[in-house]
Design a protein around this ligand. Structure first.
Ligand SMILES: Nc1ncnc2c1ncn2[C@@H]1O[C@H](COP(=O)(O)OP(=O)(O)OP(=O)(O)O)[C@@H](O)[C@H]1O
Length: 342
């Protein structure tokens, strides 16, 4: 059973905005899945539908085998959530927040053990959350998501507000959770972090899922270029490095001092490049690089300006459409404080 499955999921806001457009997404149980896309691509809207904070216009969503709209309670008992802009209570201490979620979930977690895991210091956790920095608030909100040892973590921008050490700790934590058997589904704009930790990624653009694969799979299907650089003792007279660009699977080649670089559309062409260089010069050093997730992301979302208008400009109106708090459907769930429902 997949941890998350959506079929034809569509969410419109008013007449003009198609925030999520016929989304078919499958997140397998046990994987770490990165949910990516430029600003306004539809990530938070999808997450909000999965958690029944908003209702879809069309299509269906299942979480841990339960219907996201009809079996909300069963889902909340087994899912840990870090929503976008989690709500904290100014007057409660960090520790009291975790105790409170544990009571609500009837979980017997030790709040200190959880707060140690998310790196909220011993003194800080005794202070009221009203005085927390962004990073401290984010650590606490993550700790609240971990209460009850959930089967699935749904995290909207978990690294938001964290410093570089915090980002690294977050990455370790996601791995630890996955090792405990938890499925991790998270949205992020920090692509190197996603690349380091995810089993698979989904890329949204203008409300549509434009890619869903392992990073290796994305490289193969985009022909994402990879690059090889060979440093030679000297480039012999009569050898023009740019001629490597004529080899099959090589896009272009250049040289800088004694370093010869070939950009390959087919990673298999790297060996041919090396052989050719080796025929004419002594190779001292070789460096090979694959297309980064950032490059792949840019390819898939090139037409999306990242301002919520989507690649075709179809979702024009932005958030203002629902300023009245309704998308026109009369079955919106009651408004809840997303930060404390998990
Ligand atoms: N309540 C709302 N009312 C009207 N439009 C909305 C509402 N919520 C989202 N939208 C619109 O839906 C589209 C998708 O927004 P969403 O917040 O899901 O994007 P996102 O991928 O999470 O973006 P970001 O990376 O900036 O968080 C955008 O055009 C946005 O303006």
């Amino acid at each position: 059973m997949p941890a998350i499955e959506t079929r034809g999921l569509t969410k419109r806001f008013g007449e003009d905005v198609v925030a999520v457009d016929s989304l078919n997404l499958t997140v397998e149980s046990g994987e770490i899945f990165g949910f990516l896309g430029p600003n306004g691509a539809g990530k938070s809207t999808t997450i909000n539908v999965l958690l029944d904070f908003i209702r879809p216009t069309e299509g269906s969503a299942e979480v841990l085998g339960h219907d996201a709209q009809r079996e909300t309670q069963a889902i909340r008992e087994r899912v840990g959530v870090l929503p976008e802009g989690a709500t904290l209570y100014d007057r409660l201490t960090g520790r009291e927040h975790v105790e409170w979620v544990a009571d609500t979930k009837r979980a017997d977690d030790d709040p200190d053990e959880i707060l140690d895991r998310v790196g909220l210091g011993r003194e800080d956790r005794q202070r009221r959350a009203g005085g927390y920095s962004k990073g401290m608030s984010q650590r606490l909100a993550l700790g609240m998501a971990l209460v009850g040892d959930p089967d699935l973590l749904i995290l909207d921008e978990p690294s938001s507000g964290l410093d570089p050490n915090g980002i690294q700790e977050m990455r370790d934590l996601l791995r630890e959770e996955a090792e405990r058997g938890t499925t991790v589904f998270f949205s992020s704009h920090i692509l190197p972090q996603v690349e380091a930790v995810c089993d698979r990624v989904g890329i949204m653009s203008g409300g549509r899922l434009v890619a869903e694969d392992t990073i290796e799979g994305l490289r193969e299907s985009t022909g994402g270029s990879s690059q090889i650089t060979a440093t030679v003792d000297r480039i012999p007279d009569g050898f023009d490095p740019t001629e490597l660009g004529t080899l099959a699977g090589v896009e272009r080649a250049s040289s800088d001092g004694n370093a010869v670089t070939a950009v390959c559309s087919d990673p298999g062409a790297k060996m041919d490049v090396l052989k050719r260089i080796d025929e004419v010069a002594t190779v001292r050093d070789i460096r090979s690089e694959e297309a980064s997730l950032e490059e792949l992301f840019n390819r898939y979302t090139a037409a999306d300006p990242g301002d919520g208008t989507g690649p075709t400009g179809s979702a024009e109106a932005g958030r203002t459409t629902e300023a009245s708090g309704s998308d026109g459907s009369d079955d919106e769930p009651a408004e809840e404080s997303a930060g404390v429902t998990a």
